[in-house]
Each structure stands twice: as C-alpha cells, then as structure tokens.
Write a protein that binds this ligand. Structure first.
Ligand code: GDP
Ligand code: IMO
Ligand code: MG
Length: 427
C-alpha cells in the first residue's frame, strides 16, 4: 500500500504538474483532491505540451487512472474542453477518468459573485483567477452548493437551482447586473452533465481496493501551502486546502495512508495576485527571474511577481505538510545571476526587532516585514543539461545544500528545465 502526495510549498506554480508527470508511470492512480480550474499545471512530455486545470496528470500514462476527488470543485465546461483537447492527441480517457459525484459544480453565478466581491474591495482585492472558486466553496460550506449528484436528477436540480437563483439574482440586480435566466442555466448544465456523465462515479472503493492490493496512488496538489485557506496569507489565499492533510478528506483516505510527501518549491519565489511577499524584487534581478522563468500565469496570463527563495516560508510549509523530500524546481532560471540571496527570517524596519516565524503574524504584518538574507555565489553557467548532482557547478551544489540545511528537508529532485527528462534525481 503506498500513497505519495505532491504538494506546492509556496504560492502555487511550483511545477507540481511536471513532478507528477515525471512520476505518473509508476502510479495506478493519479488523483486531484483540492481546488478547481484555478489550477494550471504545465507538462512537457512525449505527446507535447499540455496546460491542464482539472484533469489529473496521469493522462499521458495509458495504464494510469485519473481521479478527480470530491474535494475538487468542477467547472463542467472546462473539463469537457480539456478532455476533448487531450483526446485529440490520441490519448483515451474513456473508463480512465473518474469524477466524484460529490464534487461541487461551479455555476455561472459564482464568477459573477466573485467579481462583485473583488470590485468592492478595490485595491485590497485578492486578485483571484476569476473562476468563481471562492463563491463555489462558500456555497459548499453554507449548504447551498450543487453537486454532480444533483445534476443526475433533473427535478432535484431544478428545485435547487430555483432556490439559488432566488438568492443570487436580487444581489445581481442590486449591483446593476442582469439576472440569470433559469431555463438557460438549467439546460446548459444538463447538456454538460450528459457529456460528462460517463466519467461521474465515486472512486473511493477503487482507490481503497487499489491500495489494498499493493497499488500506488499519486496525489496531485493544486495551488500551494501559502494559499491555504487557513494557514496561507488570508485573505490573499484560495478557498480550499492544498496541504497534504487536505487529501484525506479531499480524496477519501485515512491520514495514515499517506506515507510519502514530496514538497515542490521553486529555487526562487513567485506569486500571482495580491498579498504580501517579503522577498519580492522590483529591480533588474526580478525582471531576470520573470524573463528566464517565463513567469506568466497559466490560467490568467498575468505576470507573476518574482523574488528570492524564502527558506523561512518553505521550512514552515514543509513542517505543515509533513514533507519527506523536496523537489527543487527551475534551478536553471538562476543560471545567469552573479550573486543569489536566500531569506532566513524577517525583521520589522521601524523597531529593528527580529522576527523569525511566518506563523506568528498575519498577512497585514507580513506585508510590513523586511527579509534577512544570506548571500551565495552564483554559477553563471547553464545547468540545463545536468542530469546528475555531480554535473552541477560547485556553486549550484552549494545552493542546493544550503536550501536543505535551512529547510531541514533533503532535496531528492532538482528540475533544470520544463521537459520531463530535465530532472536530476538524488537517491
Ligand atoms: P504548477 O501549477 O505547480 O504545475 O506549475 P505551472 O505549470 O503553473 O508553472 C511552472 C512552469 O515552469 C511551467 O511553465 C513549466 O513548464 C515550467 N517549468 C517546470 N519546471 C521547470 C524547470 O525546471 N525550469 C524551467 N525553466 N521551467 C520549468
Ligand atoms: P496552481 O495549481 C498560483 C491564487 C490567485 C489568487 C488566489 C485566489 O497552478 O499552482 P482563486 O482563483 O483561487 O480564488 O484565487 O490564489 N491562485 C494561484 N496562484 N497557482 C495556482 O494554482 C493558483 N490558484 C489560485 O492568483 O491570488
Ligand atoms: Mg500553475
């Protein structure tokens, strides 16, 4: 019995998709357990380049099943489009893709609700991916959600939809927006459900049976620990839990069934959307990271904010996730830099007070701290062709060793390019 979780340790986009794609051939099941189509996971493998939002990254391994667990919220239109585009590559998902009927459905009113919240907050907005993720999870926890179970029953769905439109439409009208037509939404969702219904079945028994018979399950986290709804930089966070612990409820596993947790962290830090980011750079080095790392959001195309690696954050998120090993990605993006900094803690500029721990403060105060750095020599040579730790320049080896020392976790994967094979594995 073995379960490996692959989770993001920063603010998302750590290259979780690449690491999952790398490992998926040895997995019987790859499963998503959180988030929705706010995720954008890019993989480059033998079939080409894919940017997936909902389909678990086991699709390119023919013997692997792909499970969307009940903790995921699903926009049916996104999933239909994604399944079609994957199948165009000759990859068959029939009988291999399972979507839990417990998944909450992103309805057309959710992105509209979100736009009202974001507009009202102005500069203080979260800077979401505009997929309706906050509102669909809000409906879930306030018992107002619509699930695939409901779409399977026309009259039950009609009854629930009528109630939700009776609540939401007056809000839209109060904000000068057009109300949603019952018939349009009703028909659209039923048509989408008809296209997806062959995939909608609960995988709980399948997952448990697979584990009992010695199979391997790979969990694909979406977002990153610093976007967690509880431990992230609230309210600049997401609505679900991207932590390994979230996979227990989000897929249907006992906590003790997850033995291996691969924490994915970029060799620097990025963030897309609002909220504090202590190591953010506004200078030429920040521009270099953005250019070399092609740091533009997969879902929204927004430029990602870039800065130095924050070891204080990654040490905390490693603890929080029970990380057993690190995957340090995009090391090649640092190739041209003469000097490289790592943040080891913070201080408050007004008082000079040293503040070591992220978890002692809230997002507001995290926005006021200044990082304390150590500086290392850069290597100023390409690492893209390295496939062994020994092939890396000594300065790059020293950088990786420092990351291990400061985070307290062993680095077992080093990624030096977007391609599956551009990876160093350390035994
Ligand atoms: P995810 O959301 O965590 O799966 O990450 P994204 O796919 O959103 O963002 C990671 C981006 O970096 C993608 O465009 C990848 O193709 C790319 N990438 C992954 N690993 C590497 C690497 O080691 N080096 C470089 N230069 N790019 C990488
Ligand atoms: P992957 O899985 C990076 C961010 C948004 C915003 C905040 C809330 O590709 O790593 P939401 O739409 O979830 O309500 O937005 O969370 N965000 C991500 N940032 N990668 C992601 O996913 C993200 N998913 C959400 O930018 O700041
Ligand atoms: Mg992404």
């Amino acid at each position: 019995m073995s379960v490996t979780a692959v989770v993001g340790l920063q603010w998302g986009d750590e290259a979780k998709g690449k690491i999952v794609d790398l490992l998926c051939q040895s997995a019987n099941i790859v499963a998503r357990f959180n988030g929705g189509d706010n995720a954008g996971h890019t993989v480059v493998n033998q079939y080409g380049k894919f940017k997936v939002r909902l389909t678990p990254n086991g699709f390119s391994s023919p013997g692997t099943a792909c499970v969307i667990g009940p903790g995921v919220v699903v926009n049916p239109a996104t999933l239909i489009e994604e399944v079609n585009s994957i199948q165009k590559y000759g990859i068959n998902l029939e009988g291999r893709l399972w979507v839990s009927p417990r998944c909450h459905v992103v309805m057309p009113y959710h992105p509209i609700m979100e736009s009202i919240f974001e507009q009202a907050k102005g500069k203080a907005r979260t800077g979401t991916t505009k997929r309706g993720i906050g509102p669909v999870f809000a409906d879930k926890v306030s018992y107002n959600g619509i699930r695939f179970f409901d779409l399977a029953d026309d009259s039950l769905f009609a009854e629930k939809l009528r109630i939700q439109l009776a609540i939401k439409n007056p809000i839209f009208e109060a904000f000068g927006m057009a109300p949603l037509e019952f018939e349009t939404v009703y028909q659209e969702k039923l048509e989408q459900y008809a296209l997806l219904s062959q995939h909608v079945r609960e995988a709980f028994g399948f997952v448990q049976d697979t584990l009992e018979s010695g199979g391997h399950v790979l969990l694909e986290g979406a977002q990153g620990a610093l976007l967690d709804n509880t431990w992230g930089s609230y309210p600049f966070c997401t609505a679900s839990t991207p932590l390994s612990g979230g996979a227990s409820a989000g897929l249907g596993l006992a906590p003790g069934q997850i033995q291996r947790v691969i924490g994915v962290a970029k060799a620097y830090t990025t963030r897309v959307g609002g909220g504090p980011m202590p190591t953010e750079l506004f200078d030429q080095t920040g521009e270099t990271l953005q250019r070399e790392g092609q740091e533009f959001g997969t879902v929204t195309g927004r430029p990602r904010r870039c800065g130095w690696f924050d070891a204080e954050l990654v040490r905390f998120t490693s603890q929080l996730n029970g990380v057993t090993e690190l995957a340090l990605t995009k090391l090649d993006v640092l190739d041209t830099l003469p000097k490289i900094k790592i943040c080891t803690g913070y201080h408050i500029p007004e008082t000079g007070e040293r503040l070591q721990r992220y978890w002692e403060i809230d997002a507001h105060n995290l926005g006021r701290v200044k990082p304390v750095y150590i500086e290392l020599d850069g290597w100023q040579t390409s690492t893209r062709a390295a496939r062994d730790f020994a092939n890396l320049p000594p300065q790059a080896q020293a950088y990786v060793n420092k990351v291990e020392e400061l985070t307290g976790v062993a680095v077992k994967f080093i990624s030096v390019g977007p391609e599956r094979e551009a990876t160093i594995r350390i035994q």
